[in-house]
Ligand binder design. Structure first.
Ligand SMILES: Nc1ncnc2c1ncn2[C@@H]1O[C@H](COP(=O)(O)OP(=O)(O)O)[C@@H](O)[C@H]1O
Ligand SMILES: O=C(O)C1=C[C@@H](OP(=O)(O)O)[C@@H](O)[C@H](O)C1
Ligand SMILES: [Mg+2]
Length: 172
């Protein structure tokens, strides 16, 4: 069985937080591609970027995502840049499963990530960097997404409720 749903979107969109909340409500397992990379590499995401560079990170990321799409049947959150790898986009399309895009205005994404320092692509001038990432990635998110949820001004719980509703029709 493939994942029930895969979450995509820019850093700070809430993929990890909403994914964990949704999995708990659906009483299924939760997995996050960043955690799977950490397991596979035996190092933190930041350490893989620092030691081996982004390209090496993307290779490991694509491999753990391919494995999860084949053998994990819970809720799967992807890292924000996973969709930049063509094989990931193809694997998502081939899986024929719901892919939920979480969106929010850039100022809100930045506010949510303020004070965190574990995203190596956003350490220097995060506002400018996030704008660049949004411009280059938004078409890719649209390409893979089967549904979109605007998270602006909404809590993690509210977004999880909306996503569960969209997936199951359950309004509670
Ligand atoms: N809808 C939301 N409202 C407020 N805070 C949020 C929301 N979604 C996520 N957060 C918070 O923003 C931060 C980044 O969320 P995270 O789930 O790690 O994002 P992502 O995995 O998409 O990068 C976390 O501190 C999380 O608790
Ligand atoms: O946008 C990106 O390229 C990245 C996003 C991060 O995940 P989140 O989107 O969960 O923060 C993590 O995979 C890594 O720092 C690279
Ligand atoms: Mg995350």
């Amino acid at each position: 069985m493939p994942p029930r749903v895969v979450l995509v979107g820019l850093p700070g969109a809430g993929k990890s937080a909403v994914g964990a909340e949704l999995a708990s409500r659906l009483e299924v397992a939760f997995a996050d591609s960043d955690d799977l990379v950490v397991c596979a590499a035996g190092r933190s995401v930041a350490a893989v970027f620092a030691d081996d560079g982004e390209r090496a990170f993307r290779v490991i990321e694509a491999r753990v995502i391919a494995d999860a799409l084949a053998g994990f049947d819970g809720v799967l959150a992807l890292g924000g840049g996973a969709v930049t790898t063509e094989s990931v986009r193809r694997a998502l399309a081939a899986a024929s499963i719901p892919v939920a895009l979480l969106t929010a205005p850039q100022h809100e994404l930045l506010g949510r990530m303020a004070g965190t320092d574990h995203r190596p692509l956003l350490t220097a001038d995060p506002a400018a960097r996030l704008a660049e990432l949004s411009e280059s990635r938004d078409p890719l998110y649209s390409e893979v997404a089967t549904l979109t949820i605007d998270t602006a001004g909404r809590s993690i719980a509210a977004v999880a409720t909306e996503l569960r509703h969209q997936l199951t029709g359950d309004m509670s």
